[in-house]
Write a protein that binds this ligand. Structure first.
Ligand code: P5A
Length: 447
């Protein structure tokens, strides 16, 4: 993309309403625009990161054997009356009537709708296990929407639902989700720690939240510092194996890690004092096992091997896709701007032309742009006739992990400059080598 032709409405001033750094940078970098309280338009740069995050979620769901569907945002209240949640859900649910006077609502979550799909189409234990998921807009009429996309009213969520014959199988689905979430967040450059939590209006006994440690987090958390040494890495897991998933769950949940809702001071005090940590965290996901809470009242049953109809065991699993943008920025920035992890960056690298209009510099930038594009990479080429300082400040703000700087002086010596946004370190090297390095970083075969 050439910056001169892009739509990236960068703000010079720091918007007064933004209280935390991620919200400030998202507004300043022209990623989002507030439409009304807690409701945002996604401008090109923000939308691109949202899509990257979504792609990772889809890939990791596929790896775990989960199947994508898409359900509507508007639902009939009738299903929610069947589960008993229509009255319970309270003011967070946005309710409306259609022209026939029928009660409708904007989906805050979709346990009822997916249970209805299941009961209409699945009748035998042979069709299990089954996990369906979607990535869809949700609406919760939060009393205090704030911090930009972090606590929105309209927000983008991955919501998945497992259907299993037995409690044991459903607990495997729970463990499998935990494993797959660990991998998902790590690919986004995040450490998200599973912590024992409270199930709230979704219900159920077993639930873990995934928290990213950040001073601006809304939850108070208590944990054993050993937990931050754990990495999922690139281990190969057989997601169908109960033992393997269980082992990962045990590894990642055996140490003390709880949100304030479930915090137990006496238990916490058993952790050696030097390892006890109290901090703040951003909840980027939550997994639940709730058994037959929905299947029983809604009649979602299957015939078991003996032909008896039994209600299925279920759980649900959510990732705050839009919230993740804020969480990633909170975890990865400096005083100049965002520092995108390679896994989610909107463009793979920036190209800064120090002397736009200089034939040699222009030609070198065009050549870099063409080669990177041919490798399937997306560079952002700042081809505007701006001062170098303004171009650097812009690149630092939007946070692309790598920048290639091209100027007449370097070109005389046959080199361009490759700079890491994270470390600030620069290296002079011939353009072909810069391309090769970028290709390697992103796992693309070089020319
Ligand atoms: C699990 C999926 C559920 O709704 N039902 C379907 C279950 N869980 S949850 O914990 O309530 O939400 C899942 C994740 O969505 C994000 N989230 C939000 N993001 C932005 N603004 C909000 N107002 C908001 N509310 C929830 C969180 O990341 C949460 O973990």
């Amino acid at each position: 993309m050439r910056l001169s032709r892009y739509f990236m409405p960068v703000l010079k001033e720091t918007p007064a309403e933004a209280q935390i750094v991620s919200h400030r940078y998202m507004l300043r970098a022209g990623m989002i625009k507030q439409a009304s309280a807690g409701i945002y338009s996604w401008l090109p740069l923000g939308f691109k990161v949202l899509r990257k995050i979504e792609d990772i979620v889809h890939e990791e769901q596929a790896r775990a054997g989960h199947i994508a569907i898409q359900m509507p945002t508007l639902q009939s209240a009738d299903l929610w009356r069947e589960s008993g949640r229509y009255d319970d859900y309270g003011q967070e649910m946005l309710r409306m009537k259609d022209r026939h006077g029928r009660d409708m609502l904007f989906t805050p979550t979709a346990e009822e709708l997916v249970t209805d799909i299941f009961r209409s189409h699945v009748g035998s234990y042979k069709d299990l296990p089954l996990t369906l998921y979607q990535i869809q807009w949700k609406f919760r009429d939060e009393i205090r929407p704030r911090f930009g996309v972090m606590r929105g009213r309209e927000f983008y969520m991955k919501d998945g639902y497992n259907f299993d014959l037995t409690k044991e199988d459903a607990l495997h689905a729970y463990n499998r989700h935990l494993v797959s979430y660990l991998r998902t967040y790590e690919r986004m450059g995040l450490q998200a720690i599973p912590m024992r939590a409270d199930s709230g209006p979704i219900g159920g006994d077993d639930t873990h939240e995934f928290l990213v440690l950040a001073d601006t987090g809304e939850s108070e958390v208590f944990y054993d510092s050993e937990i931050t040494d754990l990495k999922f890495g690139d281990r190969e897991i057989d997601y169908d194996s109960h033992e393997q998933c269980q082992a990962v769950l045990e590894e990642f949940t055996s140490r003390y890690a709880r949100t304030d809702e479930t915090h137990d001071e006496a238990l916490f005090n058993e952790v050696p004092e030097e390892r006890r940590r109290t901090a703040r965290g951003i909840e980027v996901g939550q997994i639940f096992y709730f058994g037959t809470k929905y299947s029983e009242p809604m009649g979602a049953t299957v015939a078991d091997a003996d032909g008896n109809r039994v209600p299925v065991h279920m759980g649900s699993h959510g990732i705050g896709v839009s919230r993740l943008l804020g969480a990633i920025i909170e975890a990865s920035h400096d005083d100049k701007g965002i520092i995108w992890p390679e896994g989610v960056t909107p463009f793979h690298c920036g190209i800064v032309n120090l002397k736009q209009g200089d034939d040699e510099a222009d030609a070198a930038c065009e050549a870099l742009y063409a080669s990177l594009t041919a490798l399937g990479l997306e560079p952002l080429y700042d081809d505007r006739s701006e001062r170098a300082g303004a171009k650097f400040a812009g690149m630092d703000l939007i946070g692309l992990p790598w920048r290639i700087t091209v100027g007449p002086r370097g070109l005389k010596n046959g080199v361009v400059e490759l700079t890491s946004r994270r470390t600030g370190e620069s290296e002079e090297l011939p353009p072909e080598q810069a391309i090769e390095r970028i290709a390697q970083i992103y796992g693309r075969a070089s020319v």
